[in-house]
Design a protein around this ligand. Structure first.
Ligand code: GTP
Ligand code: MG
Length: 198
């Protein structure tokens, strides 16, 4: 699929104020600094459509982007970064869980995990939570440019093994690098296929 247009629509912290359209949408979630906003810019080939930063906690709101006038990409704040109180540290922000629970237009989430790290508890917990709420998701291993191919392959395999300890099957997954433009076609084609199947 060619990305002919990509426009920012609205930011907010209330799922009820998200765009009222019935267009299918895909949301990017994961720990702060994992590369969600950078990935959106890479996928859309728009350098600064989504705001990025080297410091975690850059994206604070639910951000809707309209793609080709017929589907939405959603950039979300990261979890696992405690500018919130210690008590709230482990939980997911309520407006984010409300978004996932209430947003009928959401077709699939993409959970981004840093390809350099072993499976993190908070990501596994979030996947578990999505599963319990019957929200489909795919996994994206980010920052692939930072690893040698062998190490990358090993980490992805280890991750799958870990998932198979609790899941009956592994969800669709992709490997990406926003700086090296790895994984773009695969992710965009996957979204196109899903859109066509609706
Ligand atoms: P929050 O909005 O804070 O939750 O972060 P985010 O997940 O949106 O991350 P963001 O896209 O802002 O990127 C965080 C940092 O990682 C920035 O310094 C990016 O340049 C860097 N980064 C993102 N993707 C990649 C990648 O594929 N490769 C490399 N080398 N760096 C990346
Ligand atoms: Mg961000």
């Amino acid at each position: 699929m060619e990305i002919k247009s990509a426009k920012f629509v609205i930011s907010n912290s209330d799922v009820k104020k998200c765009p009222e359209s019935n267009l299918p949408e895909y949301a990017f979630i994961g720990r702060s600094n994992v590369g969600k906003s950078s990935l959106i810019n890479m996928l859309t080939k728009r350098k600064s459509l989504a705001k990025t930063s080297g410091r975690p906690g850059k994206t604070q709101l639910i951000n809707h982007f309209l793609i080709n006038e017929n589907w939405h990409l959603v950039d979300l704040p990261g979890y696992g970064y405690a500018r919130v109180s210690k008590k709230d540290k482990k939980t997911f922000q309520k407006f984010i869980t409300d978004y996932f629970k209430d947003r009928k237009q959401l077709i699939s989430a993409f959970i981004l995990v840093d390809s350099r790290h072993e499976p993190q508890k908070i990501d596994l917990e979030f996947m578990q939570w999505l599963g319990e709420n019957m929200i489909p998701f795919a996994i994206i291993f980010t920052k692939a440019d930072k690893l040698k191919p062998n190490a990358l392959e090993r980490n992805v395999e280890d991750y799958q093994k870990k998932l198979l300890e609790t899941w009956a099957s592994v969800p669709p997954y992709f490997i990406s690098s926003s700086s090296k433009e790895i994984g773009r076609d695969e992710i965009i084609n996957y979204i196109e296929e899903v859109n066509n199947s609706l």
